[in-house]
Design a protein around this ligand. Sequence first.
Ligand SMILES: [Zn+2]
Length: 387
Amino acid sequence: MKIYNTLTKNIQYFETLKDKTVTIYVCGITPYDTTHLGHAFTYISFDALIRFFKYKGYRVDYSQNVTDINDRDNDILKRAKEQNVSWENLSSFWTRKFLNDMNFLNWLKPDHYLFASEQIPMMVVLIEKLLDNKSAYIYDGNVYLDVKKDKDYGKLSGLHEEDMLKIARDFEEDIDNKDKHNPLDITLWRKTEDDQPKHIPAFSSPFGKGRPGWHIECSAMAVSSLGEQIDIHGGGKDLIYPHHEAEIAQSEKATGKIPFAKYWMHTGQVSYKGEKMSKSLGNLVMISDLKEKFSANSIRFMLLSNHYRNDWEYTEKAMNNADKKFKDILQWIRSGKTRRFDPTYKLLALLEEDLDTPSVLKEIYENIGKSDPVKTREFLKVLGFDL
Ligand SMILES: [Zn+2]
């Protein structure tokens, strides 16, 4: 199979690091809001990929995290305070909602589903290694990754420093913090301040009480669940910098193993009404709303009609169109009519080319009444349709 690797910026043949097992880590949710179509697109795209690997005879070891705690004050902790609930309750409520939505979409739950707040020991291990080999430093109780110690910093995003600074500011990476050697240095551990409000948790560590940085969390959870080197690391493309760039630097500097992830796969962004779907703009399309009107299969059909790497815009028209097309296919494969043409090989060849699901669905639709409905049905099941 060929896949596009963000790290090499090339379409490459896929080869596992060892034997017939694919290890894959996909960045998960920060649980303080409902699952929107952007999340569903990422996780259903990887769901199709994982199912395809299994169909091809690979064993898949799949890990995903929940960012239920991090060094930031502006997401889950802020929301918990506003709603006067604990971050633990807010996290478990929205994680349950997310899993319900994904379960509705016939999503294969990852083999490892890890909560950052329960994985602090591995984060501490990695931070200690980074301090030992001088890739990180402590200043006033906080621990930072020294990005200048990594000559290859930037190899994933390919960004220049000025662009990194711009994006880091948008991500609230604390670039004005004068304690850092370099504004782009990454917070690995944020200490608990003396006057810190009670709703902010404090975890114990050899560096004092505090919270782990968002980026070191994923390095640690990937290592603890899948090992020091993994085959595929995935996520939305908005995570390339700084999140994934930092993950590579932290993991490779801590373990000494290069590459941390052999292939980096990133999904496109979903927009609605002309803008990227985001909480701040309030233009979210929720799975919980769509499932009132459409079947899981129709929603999956609409999602997989877009190539995983492309940005695309959600429209009601496209959703209705996908619903109608899927119903037409369903009616045909249930009709019991037999046709001799076996579409399997052609459809497989399309998936082999960087998981070209849009072409697969187009091919199936255009061959209604022409190809073998039983074989078509089996193929749709490979892509996670519930038939
Ligand atoms: Zn992550």
